[in-house]
Design a protein around this ligand. Structure first.
Ligand code: SF4
Length: 444
């Protein structure tokens, strides 16, 4: 990169950049790091896309029709700001590659190349060349060097995946599984805790398969010994990789919050096999039963795909029954849709949109009807809540997270902003659709 390093100072001073992020927490984390890299190279953040010089679109391709979304964002922004440079980052960049030039992109950066963005922009400025950096041969974890206080800090510990579930683009988009070194993770935990963070949120496509001393359960145990860490959460877990040590940790580590996101995807063994999920429904129920026997207050959440190729009415019924029986406290559910570079895209017996839509509606209707009564169990309880700030609708009402990761809005005599980052006792008074509502306990 020597031929471009010298150009940074000349060409990027006072240029402005905006970032639009779509997708999972990993993308949110990456966008924060991209922002730090850009600021570190002299670019200024700008919220208004009509005034920005560079628009970075960091987008996920797991669940949506990503290329159409990218095209519509580019068209929209270019109609208001014709000279803007467009950078496409994230899984969509990796998967769609140079085809995105035809949609108006100037730079395409795969997930391992964000540190080079300033150099790419300088070269584009100098030569007018459109640039793509996509190969996955140099895996890096971008360290969080932000000086900003965060209530809860995402910390990636692992990226990529070797599981190759038949419907999933992650192995193609993020490359093979790579674990972040233990020391690097601990360093980042210390960094955010020093800035006042009390909740550590470990991230990865499959955190359970983190490779390092003591495995994933050992990593949690080590992080929980760090002074200042009060809460630990993680996502996402693969049911085939949950270890007995991790289940035990829910029982003996009081910093590990009682919440587990455990994607089921389907309740039918036949479909789980076709999805290449490497577990059957009995194994999943065993995990649920073991974990609930160790930590009875745990809240489980899940992901479900309906209408996978070949899914019969009987297969769907098994999913419906499993979701009903497990009594999840949160569910992300989707109609199956084909993704490029996946085995499922080539499978026979794709389900019609009409049937997929009908099944999804039936599943979601059952879930939505059940959820308020499940959440009623919290009413009357005093719960320790980590305060995030004012509620989204009313600045005089505060918002926080319960140990089970539920959002709770609550009345308090204090200014909600003054409580941010504190853990306080809230009495839950009612359930409003998916949100709990309460008030601060008098002792507080
Ligand atoms: S384990 Fe998760 S990330 Fe990996 S291939 Fe399967 S669905 Fe994708």
């Amino acid at each position: 990169m020597n031929e471009t390093d010298h150009s940074k100072k000349t060409y990027n001073i006072k240029k402005k950049f905006s970032i639009r992020t779509f997708g999972c927490q990993m993308n949110v984390y990456d966008s924060d790091r991209i922002s730090e890299i850009m600021k570190g190279s002299g670019y200024e953040p700008e919220q208004d896309v009509e005034k920005t010089d560079i628009l970075i679109i960091n987008t996920c391709s797991v669940r949506e029709k990503p290329r159409n979304r990218v095209i519509s964002v580019i068209e929209n922004v270019r109609s208001r700001n014709a000279g803007v440079k467009i950078v496409i980052a994230g899984c969509v960049a990796q998967l769609e590659g140079e085809e995105l030039f035809a949609d108006g992109a100037d730079i395409i950066a795969g997930p391992d190349w964000y540190e080079e963005l300033p150099s790419m922009l300088s070269r584009n400025e100098l030569t007018g060349d459109r640039i793509s950096w996509l190969d996955q041969g140099d895996p890096r974890f971008l360290a969080n060097s932000s000086e900003k206080f965060q209530v809860s800090a995402f910390i990636p510990i692992q990226k990529g995946c070797d599981n190759y579930c038949a419907y999933c683009v992650v192995p193609a988009a993020r490359g093979p599984e790579r674990s972040r070194p233990f020391e690097e993770i601990l360093q980042e935990v210390h960094h955010v805790v020093d800035k006042g963070t009390s909740e550590i949120f470990l991230l990865g496509q499959n955190v359970n398969s983190w490779k390092g001393d003591g495995g994933f359960a050992g990593l949690i145990s080590k992080i929980s010994t760090i002074e200042g860490v009060k809460r630990i959460r993680f996502t996402t877990s693969h049911p085939a990789d949950i270890s007995p040590e991790l289940i035990k940790a829910f029982g003996n580590n009081n910093k590990l919050m009682p919440w587990l996101h455990l994607p089921l995807q389907s309740g039918s063994d036949r479909i789980l096999d076709a999805m290449k999920r490497k577990y059957h429904i009995d194994h999943y129920f065993n995990i649920v039963n073991n974990i609930r026997s160790i930590r009875s207050d745990i809240a489980l959440t899940t992901d479900i795909i309906v209408g996978f190729p070949g899914e019969t009415e009987d297969d769907f019924r098994k999913t419906f029954d499993a979701v009903s029986k497990i009594e999840y406290e949160g569910m992300f559910s989707f109609k199956y849709s084909s993704r490029p570079n996946t085995a499922a895209a080539l499978m026979p017996d794709h389900i019609t949109e009409e049937i997929k839509g009908k099944r999804l509606t039936e599943l979601q209707t059952m879930f939505e009807a059940k959820l308020p009564s499940l959440l009623q169990k919290y009413c009357g309880q005093a719960i320790l809540v980590l305060v995030e700030g004012p509620s989204l609708r009313d600045p005089l009402v505060a918002r926080g997270r319960t140990p089970q990761n539920h959002v709770i809005n609550f009345i308090t005599d204090s200014d909600p902003q003054s409580l941010v980052g504190r853990i306080i006792s809230i009495k839950v008074e009612e359930v409003r659709t998916h949100t709990l509502f309460g008030c601060a306990m008098p002792a507080f």
